[in-house]
Design a protein around this ligand. Structure first.
Ligand code: WT7
Length: 632
């Protein structure tokens, strides 16, 4: 597929050595595999203090020419997307690279017709239908910056994201199918837009055929707009460092921030990591089960596979509908050979029982992948034995919204694998473990804070509208390093094992939430004075959300109060962030300076009541006893 493809362990080791000795030479060689409108004049300029990182300076390109146009001669008739609808009785749809190219161009022209220009931000709030991928690529085609918002987020979250980016247009749908449910989508957009003055146009894809309110002058049906334009749209030349997209993600403080990725480096790294981690061959069928609303769906659906000219499955539904055998049925139906999913899905399907797996042959599978959270050994072995039938390598891919692509993972069938270990850095990636004081740990068999000491092409460039927040969050904890927020171990041979977040971020089913963000949603519920949220180990979700809530009055109807708190979280963030456990307390354990001692709350939530540590500095040590006794 590409010159930059590693095929043996020796090639991996050589590439890694080359990438460290001569990063610029290394990446220049890989970047020369792409179509550039104008070659770059300098490979890299960087300074982590700014931060100010630029790749392929002076170069011009359009990522969609690399995803689409360059494949037309040899792969025009090859299937790019096999769309599998929510309902197994509805026909699947195959879209060739030529058709995808045409649809992207048509959508790009529809955006232009609706006054969207290069540099404008477009919010995309769509379920998993082909129009979602088409919209993403259409924005990139004309140089508009896409901001995809996962359809599980509430109107308030959508409004916050639209306002932060000052989006001028929204692409959405009437509603969505999800398992046996039909859910509103346009209605959520309407509610959000009551707070957003920047949005001039809303394009609505018809999916569930519901009557929706269409605001004259603002809203238009997508299928009607697409009829008014043609399928020919020249790609806008973009500077390497022009922003490609914004994707909002949670941190330990404040509102979610808009992580910004730029055109050139992101293109080079997503294709490079896709072909090397998953090792696709021309006829492979790749299936990433993530939603395009998360970074995984950006890098390994919209961009990585299309850049590489791969065929992929896009699935509208959920793993448990109509039954927990759906993933395996879809794998057999479409002959999926490379399957990429999250540990939480593996654990829930494992819990559903082997009877849902046995009816399917799964013989097309060749490579398995995992992403989003640490995969526990039990789930790893189940995945390997029952899904991979003991013959498929598993790639445990560690990365983040901010890294743009996979940084630590085995390469399928090339480097070795070890359960629960993401294992090896990709070439071009230079991880280090630091002590809490910021000293690099050189030895192996150690644990520390995971940082990167050198930039890779798809590192985030900024956080939208607030560059200092980017510096503060990622580059100020340890001078000269990018800090991931994760703790990790390194084994005797140098393999990395990610332990999890060391900050106030909770990873629920592979999705990130900040404790502060959940607390402020809870505090909106009537009758709540304050709250503190921590994560706790959860069999299926990895981490669950445990909320300690202080109310104005003693709670006489706990069910009603819990319901109100959950509704407040659903309204503020979305149902995906609702607490699993809520404990009413008369006060929170605070130090004399008013800081909440989360360590204690975490221990209680984890049911480690014997090891609460020193509580003598607390303002009111008695509250700890009450919290222990009231544990839910
Ligand atoms: C956080 C990033 C990367 C796409 C999905 C999540 C955790 C991610 C792994 C893994 C252990 C992992 C980390 C990371 N994480 N992959 N293979 N093993 N932990 O993206 O929402 O930006 O979250 O997910 O804690 O920091 P994200």
């Amino acid at each position: 597929m590409s010159e930059a493809r590693i095929r043996t362990l020796a090639e991996y080791e050589a590439a890694r050595a080359h990438s460290i000795a001569d990063p610029e030479g290394f990446w220049a060689e890989i970047a020369s595999d792409f179509q550039w409108r104008k070659p770059w004049t300098k490979v890299l300029a960087w300074d982590f203090d700014g931060p100010d990182v630029k790749w392929f300076l002076g170069g011009q390109l359009n990522i969609t020419e690399n995803c689409l146009d360059r494949h037309l001669a040899e792969r025009g008739d090859k299937t790019a997307i096999i769309w599998e609808p929510n309902d197994p009785k509805e026909a699947s749809v195959r879209i060739s690279f030529r058709e995808l190219h045409e649809r992207v161009c048509r959508m790009a022209n529809a955006l232009k017709r609706n006054s969207v220009q290069k540099g404008d931000r477009v919010a995309i709030y769509l379920p998993m239908v082909p129009e979602l991928l088409v919209s993403v690529l259409a924005c990139a085609r004309i140089g508009a910056v896409h901001s995809v918002v996962f359809c599980g987020f509430s109107a308030q979250s959508l409004a916050d994201r639209i306002n932060d980016a000052q989006a001028v247009a929204v692409i959405t749908s009437d509603g969505m199918f999800r398992g046996n449910k039909e859910m509103p989508v346009k209605r959520v957009v309407d509610e959000a837009l009551e707070q957003c003055s920047s949005v001039k146009r809303v394009l609505v894809h018809e999916r569930v055929r519901w009557a929706v309110d269409m605001k004259p002058g603002r809203d238009a049906w997508l299928h009607e707009e697409l009829k008014l334009v043609d399928g020919d749209c020249p790609a806008e030349p973009m500077d390497s460092e022009d922003p490609l997209f914004i994707l909002y993600t949670s941190g330990s403080t404040g509102k979610p921030k808009g992580v910004v990725h730029s055109c050139g480096g992101y293109m080079v790294y997503t294709q490079y990591s896709f072909i090397n981690v998953f090792q696709p061959e021309e006829n492979d069928i790749f299936w990433c089960t993530a939603d395009v609303g998360w970074i995984t769906g950006h890098s390994y659906m919209a961009y990585g596979p299309t850049l590489a000219g791969a065929t992929q499955v896009m699935f509208e539904g959920i793993p448990t509908y109509p039954d927990p055998g759906r993933f395996w049925q879809v794998i057999d139906k479409h002959g999926v050979s490379i399957f990429y999913t999250a540990p939480t899905a593996i654990r829930s399907l494992m819990a559903a029982g082997i009877d849902h797996v046995l009816p399917y042959s799964l013989h097309s599978l060749r490579v398995l992948g995992s992403v989003g959270e640490p995969i526990n050994e039990e789930a790893w072995h189940w995945y390997r034995t029952h899904i991979g039938k003991g013959r498929c390598p598993i790639v445990d891919t560690w990365w983040q919204t901010e890294t743009g692509g996979i940084l630590i993972s085995s390469l399928a069938g090339i480097t070795d694998e070890k359960p629960s270990h993401a294992a090896w850095p990709l070439p071009g990636v230079q991880p280090v473990l630091l002590t809490a004081e910021g000293k690099e740990i050189a030895e192996n068999e150690v644990e520390g804070l995971l940082c990167m000491k050198f930039p890779w092409p798809s590192i985030l460039r900024t956080t939208w509208g607030d560059h200092d927040r980017c510096r503060q969050t990622y580059f100020s904890s340890y001078k000269g390093y990018y800090f991931t927020g994760d703790g990790a171990k390194r084994d005797a041979e140098g393999r990395y094992r990610i332990i999890g977040r060391v900050d106030d971020v909770i990873n629920v089913s592979g999705h990130r939430f900040g404790t502060a963000e959940i607390e402020s949603a809870i505090n909106m519920a009537k009758g709540v004075v304050e709250s503190a949220v921590v994560g706790f180990p959860h069999d299926i979700k990895g981490q669950g959300i445990y909320a300690y809530v202080v109310t104005e009055k003693p709670v006489d109807d706990p069910e009603d109060m819990r319901g109100r708190i959950i509704e407040a979280v659903a309204a503020g963030i979305g149902r995906i962030a609702k607490p699993d456990k809520i404990q009413f307390v008369s006060g929170l354990p605070k130090t004399r300076s008013g800081k909440i001692m989360r360590r204690i709350l975490r221990k209680v939530a984890e049911n480690e009541l014997g090891s609460l540590g020193d509580t003598s500095t607390l303002l009111d040590p008695a509250v700890v006893e009450e919290i222990k006794d009231g544990r839910v």
